[in-house]
Structures are given as structure tokens and as C-alpha cells.
Design a protein around this ligand. Structure first.
Ligand code: CP
Ligand code: NVA
Length: 332
């Protein structure tokens, strides 16, 4: 049966079947080809979308704004300081107000329950632009990026390893998307930073049906061995206290993705990162961490980040195409 996601919210990948995820990846590739060919695709002319950001963003915000414009829509950006959300107005009330004015709503913020509540009350599709638990739009872009390297559907049976803070929103979501698509997933990091046990169990259940495997290991050699993709993310996520840096550096330094670690992966392995990244001292936080702890490169070395196996900017571009696919699929 043909896939239709019209009217659906996009809150977490666990809500979607492998076929629906496949459809979104293919639609992303189609929209990317149209964009590169400068072929107009204003399929959602006249619609309006609200973009709520309770945390900062470069890629996600720009992808939603440019994507909305490419599709013929108008986007309104709401930052926490410029709206009543949470302070003077509940999520449920905000949802019912915005649902009367907009055709779709993006939300980036804290607990997953907030985006779920927004979707429950809005009456229009709600898209998760990152919560503490999940970052689902990132995953559509990421699988598209992997498939650009290894072929459409070419990831099945390959190994993807998330190095470091594997229990964060990106690590969790990567585990889910791999389980759904029959990709072997490995979370490689210290026990303290692993995905939640319940989520691991859920993903193992999904994996049993798709042929994926889920491995958790603290051993870098085991994690890197044979991996086609080495993926990492920052060690302290948005919303977490900056007091955590010392502890995270102690726990996660062995998992820094550097040339030695990449050398343990498959010979054709690529490096991926959702970005932003602390690979040098050219950021305020990167410099502060250097001054305090003496480390100039954190989750990834500059050599790997800038090196020939890095696909991080293709991945960043693919955020645009995949976010457009999510909006188009749910609003058309
Ligand atoms: N990867 C990602 O979501 O980036 P932003 O925080 O810049 O949106
Ligand atoms: N784990 C990171 C992802 C940023 C895109 C964070 O939540 O800050």
C-alpha cells in the first residue's frame, strides 16, 4: 500500500514503520535533486508554519525556514524570550492557539512530553526539532547521507557506531533509526552514558523484526571494528549544566574520534556528526574548556573533522532536504 503521512505529527521515529521512514528518506533525495536542479517545488503554497525554539539552533531553524520558503510557505519563528510559552501560557493552551493560525508547528525544547502534549492539543502536525530524548529529523538527513555513500538501502547489514555520549538525544535516535532499518548499531561509551535500558529493550524488539543488531560496549576496539560509520556528538548537550564538563571529559576522552580510532573502523568508513562540534578552540565554549581542562579538541580531533572521511557538511545540507520532506509528507 502506498505510504501517506498526511496529517501525522513527527515526534519520534518509534512512531513510524520502516516503510514510512524509507518514504521520508526517498522524498528527501527527490527534493534534494529538485533543489540542485533549481526546479520549483512550491507544493505547499499559502500555508503557514510556526517554529518554536526553546533551545538555540543554526541548522534546524535554517532548514525549517528555508524549507518552508522553498515549499511556498511562510514561517514564523518564536524564541522563548519573545513568546508566552511556559511562562504565562501552558503548552496545551499554546497548542490550541497556534493550531488555529498555523498549518504545522515545529518544536525544539526540553522533555519529549512537551512536544507530545503540543501535538495532542494542536490539531495540526507537530514536528520534533530536538528534545532532551530524541532528534528525529536529524536521522532522516543522516541515513540519506549514509546512503549517498553506500547506496540506497545499502546500509542494511552494515555497522554504525555512536562513540561517546551514546544516551543523548542523537545517540538514542540513531539507535532507533538503525533498528527500524535493519542496520547494525553499536553504542560505544562508558556505562554511565548509555541509552536508557527501556529504550534499548524496545529497539532490540524492533531489531528482531528487521534483522538489525544492537550492541552496547565500553570497548573502543570492539565499537570501531568493522564500522562503516563512526558517529559522535558533543559531550554536554543543550540544557545540561556546564558543571558537567570535568566529569564528561574524564568519562568520554577515551572515545574521542581521532585518526587512531578511525583506523580501527572499516577501510571505507565515514565520519559523521550532527554538529555543532568542538573540534578546535574557535568557539567560546571550546576555548573555555581548553582554559579549564587543557583539551583543545573534544569529541573529535580536528584532523578527522577536516579529513577526507568526514561527511559532516553533506550531513548538514541534508537537514534542509529531510526537513522539507517531513513538512511536505505531513502537510500535503
Ligand atoms: N544538528 C542540529 O540540530 O543543529 P542545530 O542545533 O544548529 O539546529
Ligand atoms: N546532543 C546535542 C545535539 C545538538 C544538535 C544537544 O542536544 O545539544
Amino acid at each position: 500500500m502506498a505510504v501517506s503521512l498526511t496529517g501525522r505529527s513527527f515526534l519520534k521515529l518509534l512512531d513510524f514503520t520502516p516503510e514510512e521512514i524509507r518514504y521520508l528518506i526517498d522524498l528527501s533525495a527527490e527534493l534534494k535533486a529538485k533543489k540542485h536542479a533549481r526546479e520549483p517545488h512550491r507544493y505547499l503554497e499559502g500555508k503557514n508554519v510556526a517554529l518554536i525554539f526553546e533551545k538555540t539552533s543554526t541548522r534546524t531553524r535554517c532548514a525549517f525556514e528555508v524549507g518552508a520558503a522553498d515549499l511556498g510557505m511562510h514561517a514564523v519563528y518564536l524564541d522563548p524570550s519573545a513568546s508566552q510559552i511556559g511562562k504565562k501560557e501552558s503548552i496545551a493552551d499554546t497548542a490550541r492557539v497556534l493550531g488555529r493560525m498555523f498549518d504545522g508547528i515545529e518544536y525544539r525544547g526540553f522533555g519529549q512530553e512537551r512536544v507530545e502534549e503540543l501535538a495532542e492539543y494542536a490539531g495540526v502536525p507537530v514536528w520534533n526539532g530536538l528534545t532532551t530524548e530524541f532528534h528525529p529529523t536529524q536521522m532522516i538527513a543522516d541515513v540519506l547521507t549514509m546512503e549517498e555513500e553506500f547506496g540506497r538501502d545499502g546500509m542494511r547489514g552494515r555497522k554504525v557506531t555512536f562513540m561517546g555520549d551514546a544516551g543523548n538525544n542523537v545517540g538514542n535516535s540513531l539507535m532507533v533509526v538503525c533498528a527500524k532499518l535493519g542496520i547494525d548499531f553499536c553504542a560505544c561509551g562508558p556505562a554511565e552514558q548509555m541509552p536508557d535500558a527501556e529504550l534499548v529493550e524496545t529497539c532490540r524488539g524492533v531489531a528482531a523484526e528487521t534483522g538489525a543488531t544492537i550492541t552496547l560496549t565500553a570497548d573502543v576496539d570492539e565499537g570501531a571494528r568493522g564500522a562503516s560509520v563512526i558517529y559522535t556528538d558533543i559531550w554536554v548537550s543543550m540544557g545540561e549544566s556546564s558543571d558537567l564538563w570535568g566529569e564528561r571529559i574524564r568519562l568520554l576522552s577515551p572515545y574521542q574520534v581521532n585518526a587512531e580510532l578511525m583506523g580501527k573502523a572499516a577501510p571505507d568508513a565515514i565520519f559523521m556528526h550532527c554538529l555543532p562540534s568542538f573540534h578546535d578552540r574557535k568557539t567560546t565554549i571550546g576555548e573555555e574548556v581548553f582554559q579549564k581542562f587543557g583539551l583543545a579538541e573534544l569529541e573529535v580531533s580536528n584532523e578527522v573533522f577536516e579529513g577526507p572521511r568526514s561527511r559532516v557538511f553533506d550531513e548538514a545540507e541534508n537537514r534542509l532536504h529531510s526537513i522539507k520532506a517531513v513538512m511536505l509528507a505531513t502537510l500535503r
